[in-house]
Write a protein that binds this ligand. Structure first.
Ligand SMILES: Cc1cc2nc3c(=O)[nH]c(=O)nc-3n(C[C@H](O)[C@H](O)[C@H](O)COP(=O)(O)O)c2cc1C
Length: 310
């Protein structure tokens, strides 16, 4: 099935990846859990669960609920903090022969900069993804909804470390292209989009929300059209590469994102119900690219033809 003549490598600014298939933060644990299913060395990159400076307990249970065509989660950035990550997770991740893009979240500007400085130069860290888009925590999300705050935090992180920087954007805004432009002005190497859409589920018989946190983030196939729209809009608004995320579960989904303007993709929710999904998509990618008469990922990216078809 592999067509060796198809060039799969991509560049996200200063970050070079062997192929465009990554696994999304929060949906792949810290990779260990997936070792029985996935040959990590084949992935373009792994994004471990977002870390914060101090340990966080996360939100009250229940934290996940299935919805039509997707799921809601309100994990609330449950993690053991950056020091535990560096000591307990990074040595394992660093040995995996794939790029590790560490996802960080700060509740304020200083926390983002501290995290960036702490991770700078740590063996095995290929890049940072700034999670300025988690809908499940108070504070932090402001960086993804206010262009000037977004530009400031990206710029600050660029100054605080030498690592390539991706900014992960929220769809819960009126104009996502304006936020992406701000990230580009701040010096981001790329933007990743989308994080989850704010939603909720109700158990009407008990008159109770189904999530302990009442509100949560919607992900999975249900959000793919929104994510495609966001990628399309952002890819036309910036010159830096765009990473597409949202409901990707098949090679067709992946190709749709590439054609709409994504240079690479991240697979999230699908990992939960089909842990081998990323490798299946990667295996099928060369043939799909060849079907368009192209010989590389780059030849496909952003080739969507809008307007009247001939
Ligand atoms: C259970 C769960 C936990 C998540 N945790 C994180 C996280 O820690 N950091 C982050 O940036 N995104 C997190 N996300 C968002 C995903 O990375 C992704 O942006 C989103 O789910 C959309 O992609 P998908 O439809 O393929 O899942 C989480 C998503 C889910 C479902």
């Amino acid at each position: 099935m592999n067509s060796p003549s198809i060039q799969l490598d991509v560049r996200l600014g200063r970050l070079a990846l062997a192929n465009p298939i990554m696994v999304a933060s929060g949906t792949f644990g810290y990779a260990r859990e997936m070792a029985g299913f996935v040959d990590f060395s084949r992935l373009g990159a792994i994004l471990p669960k977002t870390i914060t400076r101090a340990p966080r307990a996360g939100n009250a249970p229940p934290r996940t609920v299935e919805t039509t065509g997707g799921m809601l989660n309100s994990i609330g950035l449950d993690n053991d903090g950056v020091e535990a990550f560096i000591e307990g997770q990074l040595p394992y991740l660093a040995g995996l022969k794939t790029a590790i893009i560490v996802s960080i979240a700060g509740k304020d500007y200083e926390e983002f900069l501290d995290l960036a400085a702490r991770l700078d130069g740590q063996p095995g860290v290929a890049a940072l993804e700034l999670n300025i888009s988690c809908p499940n925590v108070s504070g932090g999300v402001d960086f993804g909804t206010d262009p000037s705050m977004c530009e400031k935090v990206v710029h600050g992180v660029r100054q605080a470390c030498a690592l390539p920087v991706l900014a992960k954007l929220t769809p819960n805004v009126t104009d996502i292209a304006a936020i992406a432009r701000a990230a580009e002005n701040g010096g981001a190497d790329a933007v990743s989009l989308i994080n989850t859409l704010l939603g909720m589920a109700v158990d009407w018989r008990r008159r109770r929300p189904r999530l302990g946190n009442t509100l949560g983030g919607l992900s999975g196939p249900a959000i793919k059209p929104v994510a495609l729209r966001a990628v399309y809009q952002v890819a036309r608004a910036v010159t830096m590469p765009v990473v597409g995320i949202g409901g990707i579960a098949t090679v067709d989904d992946c190709m749709e994102f590439l054609v709409a303007g994504a240079t690479a993709v991240q697979i999230g929710t699908a990992n939960f119900y089909r842990p081998t999904v990323s490798i299946q998509i990667l295996d099928a990618l060369p043939a799909a690219i060849a079907q368009l008469g192209a010989r590389s990922v780059a030849e496909v990216v952003g080739t969507l033809q809008c307007g009247q078809s001939k």
